[in-house]
Write a protein that binds this ligand. Structure first.
Ligand SMILES: C[C@H](C(=O)O)C(=O)SCCNC(=O)CCNC(=O)[C@H](O)C(C)(C)COP(=O)(O)OP(=O)(O)OC[C@H]1O[C@@H](n2cnc3c(N)ncnc32)[C@H](O)[C@@H]1OP(=O)(O)O
Length: 531
């Protein structure tokens, strides 16, 4: 019989026997809540608290997204997750010609803190945690969140949430970068400092393997490349003088869950163990800093436009993988996402899927229920060993930033994506309803909504804000940012003046996302990809 391989290329025996596994319980597993946290970061895991059900949502205006948030919270969702439109992610105001046609399309349009007020209207910011998928403009959006809370009388210290703020993977796989890596990384370190000092329950980064996976990486590459990025962030922050244990407990991560249930569970367990070991060995971090806390999203690329209801089943298997793997927070995709923005019905069903997994399937009853399975332990070892090997190749290239410049990640991911495609085309990898069990029907066509009226309204709102604010004060606040920005360039020696408080000042005066981004770009320049 031919050899079977997992999707990452790990050989899978027909039967795994006790002698095939060499686990030392104390060294390799330990109880949940104990180093190396293979079995989970909390001693009681989901018996103490179920994972956060956090559906990524956002489209059109702040008002329409606020309505979707309320619908989801009423349906039992336990955390928020904001999707921003491309102009907001790229630091472009809605009234710029460069934003034309993109306003409110793949997420909500936010120009000033006034939009943020509408977005968060009626949401109890001291009770619900919010995630914001925002990277190059993360500092401005976090500033807006803080100012909304402040203007509602809620202290910064009471806020909890996450900004994605993972710029390295933008160069590798996602694309919403503005500035070159050096000042971008320096700004990330400033956000680590600021959050640790002033917003202690905020996670200033969500180091993301999800997009690396979506771009075609295997599970092993997903872990290795995410950790390569993570090590670069930790090193950068340490180099600026922060003590590792002052910020590392608030590093958070973001992974994908695909349909190979066992490899995915092994991936999550291996990732926790590998991260704990890396942090202890490379940075001398304490146990709290060694805990890998992560959000998971079911795999967008695994969804098919053909026979879209099949996606409900895929999402269920993937949600099981994430929760058997001990995720802290989960987004389950809508079954219609391969066709269009998810409908309210699909978004609700996706949340119901999590609730069925959480309350009916029994996964929440005991921590790390698959531990001790010879197969799962063997696969956990294999994923860890292979990810470490790959990480060491990145080290040899000089770390994540150097590997990005050399095109290493992009090439490796591209090769995996190509090989996967060949396997699908050869029928070796079965995609139900696509290369097998098709019904000959074309995928349904869903008309895309008309965004033009929305854009006109958003632009009018922004013009009104710009006309009614104290423009001299805004210019002075932007000037203050401009004057500090050079300290975030590599040529600068010595301590840097804090940038976050200046961004908050500007946001409070109703400076826009685009104005703040342009100010920084004047000093830092724009990144030009080398490949
Ligand atoms: C694809 C798309 C795109 O490209 O556009 C995207 O990127 S979408 C990307 C969307 N991204 C996201 O949604 C990222 C979401 N990330 C997060 O929510 C965070 O970063 C997270 C992963 C750390 C999860 O945070 P969370 O608040 O939801 O959950 P936590 O596990 O931290 O739990 C909340 C609090 O409860 C405590 N807690 C949890 N479980 C227990 C337990 N069993 N016993 C006692 N306490 C417990 C935690 O310690 C914590 O308190 P304390 O805090 O006091 O310790």
């Amino acid at each position: 019989m031919s050899e079977r391989l997992s999707p990452s290329g790990i050989p899978i025996p027909g039967v795994v026997r006790p002698d095939d596994v060499h686990v030392d319980y104390t060294r390799d597993l330990a109880d949940p809540g104990q180093f190396p946290f293979t079995r989970g970061v909390q001693p009681t895991m989901y018996r103490g608290r179920l994972w956060t059900m956090r559906q990524y949502a956002g489209f059109g205006t702040a008002r329409s997204t606020n309505e979707r948030f309320r619908l989801l919270l009423e349906a039992g969702q336990t955390g928020l997750s904001v999707a921003f439109d491309l102009p907001t992610q790229m630091g472009i105001d809605s009234d710029s010609p460069r934003a034309s046609g993109e306003v409110g399309r793949v997420g909500v349009a936010i120009d000033t803190v006034d939009d943020m007020h509408v977005l968060l209207d009626g949401i109890p910011l001291d009770k619900v945690s919010s995630s914001m998928t925002i990277n190059s403009t993360a500092s401005t959006l976090l500033a807006m969140y803080i100012v909304v809370a402040e203007e509602r009388g809620i202290a910064r210290s009471a806020l909890s949430g996450t900004v994605q703020n993972d710029i390295l993977k933008e160069y590798i796989a996602r694309g919403t970068y503005i500035y070159p890596p050096d000042p971008s990384l320096a700004l990330t370190a400033e956000m680590f400092r600021f959050c640790a000092a002033e917003v202690p329950q905020w996670n200033p980064i969500s180091i993301s393997g999800y997009h690396i996976r979506e771009a075609g990486a295997t599970a092993v590459q997903e872990v290795a490349f995410t950790f390569a990025d993570a090590i670069a962030y930790v090193q950068q922050a340490v180099d600026t003088g922060l003590a590792v244990d002052a910020f590392a407990p608030r590093l958070s991560f973001f992974f994908a869950a695909h349909s190979d249930l066992f490899e995915e569970v092994a991936k999550f367990r291996a990732a926790r163990r590998l991260w704990a070991r890396l942090m202890r060995e490379r940075f001398g971090a304490n146990d709290t800093s060694c805990k890998l806390r992560f959000h998971t999203q079911t795999g967008g690329v695994t969804l098919t436009a053909q026979q879209p209801l099949n996606n409900v089943v895929r999402v269920t298997v993937q949600a099981l993988a994430a929760t058997l793997g001990g995720t802290q927070s989960l987004h389950t995709n809508g079954y219609d996402e391969a066709l269009a923005l998810p409908t309210a019905e699909a978004a609700t069903l996706a949340l119901r899927t999590q609730q069925i997994v959480g309350y009916e399937s029994g996964v929440a009853q005991t921590a790390d229920p698959l531990a001790g399975s010879w197969y799962v332990e063997q696969l956990t070892d294999a994923v860890e060993a292979r990810a470490l090997e790959l990480l060491e190749r990145v080290d040899a290239l000089g770390g994540a930033a150097a590997a990005i410049r050399a095109g290493f990640f992009q090439e490796e991911i591209g090769r995996s994506a190509y090989e996967y495609q060949l396997r699908v085309e050869a029928g070796e990898t079965v995609v139900v309803g696509v290369n097998r069990f098709g019904d000959g029907q074309d995928p349904p066509i869903i008309p895309s909504p008309d965004f033009s009226a929305l854009e006109v309204g958003q632009v009018a709102g922004l013009k009104q804000v710009k006309a009614s604010r104290d423009n001299a004060a805004v210019q002075a606040a932007l000037q203050a940012i401009f004057e500090i920005a050079p300290e975030y360039l590599p040529a600068h020696v010595g301590a840097r003046a804090p940038l976050m408080p200046r961004i908050i000042d500007a946001v409070r005066l109703r400076a826009s996302v685009g104005e703040i981004a342009d100010t920084l770009e004047q000093v830092w320049g724009r990144y030009q990809p080398t490949m």
